[in-house]
Write a new protein. Structure first.
Length: 195
């Protein structure tokens, strides 16, 4: 089984990427195939609400957007999806939401390919706003009919300068527990499907 981890930060290798990679490392130790997709350097265009994705046979967004290329396929291939975002003015980054909006619309017009996949959110901030961002990403999962595991606390962490998130011991432990619960849930779902 495969887990796609997404760092929605426009900064490469920052706190969000570290937090998402922490979860992916736990999942890899448990035998899952993992991939980290960074949105840094990708200026993903927002959804235009054009409905073009409802008029094509293959699941795809009709916008010409090299930054979005291959993302739909990664979501389809994954059994589990981790989405991490830093907090920008109390919400997820524009890159994160542009990606999720477009993937969500394509899924709705392509046999709900996100349905019953496992989804987990991680939010990182300097001081506050994580809960709003955490909820915002989870709303996407819930509206997409995905299954959302929990942890010992909200999947949030603190950090401003690159690498500071590693000093948030409780945040890191919460993310590791999330990954363990995600692994357990995905294995249970896989066992049920095979039975």
């Amino acid at each position: 089984m495969k887990v796609l981890g997404i760092s929605g930060s426009p900064r490469s290798g920052g706190n969000t990427a570290i937090a998402v990679q922490t979860a992916l490392d736990v999942l890899a130790e448990k035998g899952f195939q993992t991939e980290l997709l960074s949105l840094a350097g990708r200026q993903v265009k927002p959804c235009k609400g054009c409905g073009g994705c409802s008029k094509v046979e293959k699941p795809r967004c009709v916008q010409d957007d090299p930054a979005f290329e291959g993302i739909i396929e990664k979501f389809i291939e994954a059994d589990g999806i981790l989405v991490g975002s830093p907090v920008y003015f109390g919400s997820a980054t524009p890159e994160t939401m542009a990606m999720l909006d477009r993937v969500g619309y394509v899924s709705r017009h392509s046999n709900q390919f996100l349905r019953r996949k496992v989804g987990a959110a991680i939010a990182v901030a300097r001081r506050a706003g994580q809960n709003f961002t955490f909820a915002q990403i989870n709303y996407f999962f819930l509206l997409s009919e995905m299954i959302v595991p929990g942890s010992t606390y909200w999947n949030i962490a603190f950090g401003r300068k690159p690498g500071e998130v590693a000093d948030d011991a409780e945040g890191i432990e919460t993310i590791k527990t999330l990954a363990e619960n995600m692994a357990w849930l995905m294995n249970k779902l896989n066992d049920t499907i095979r039975d």
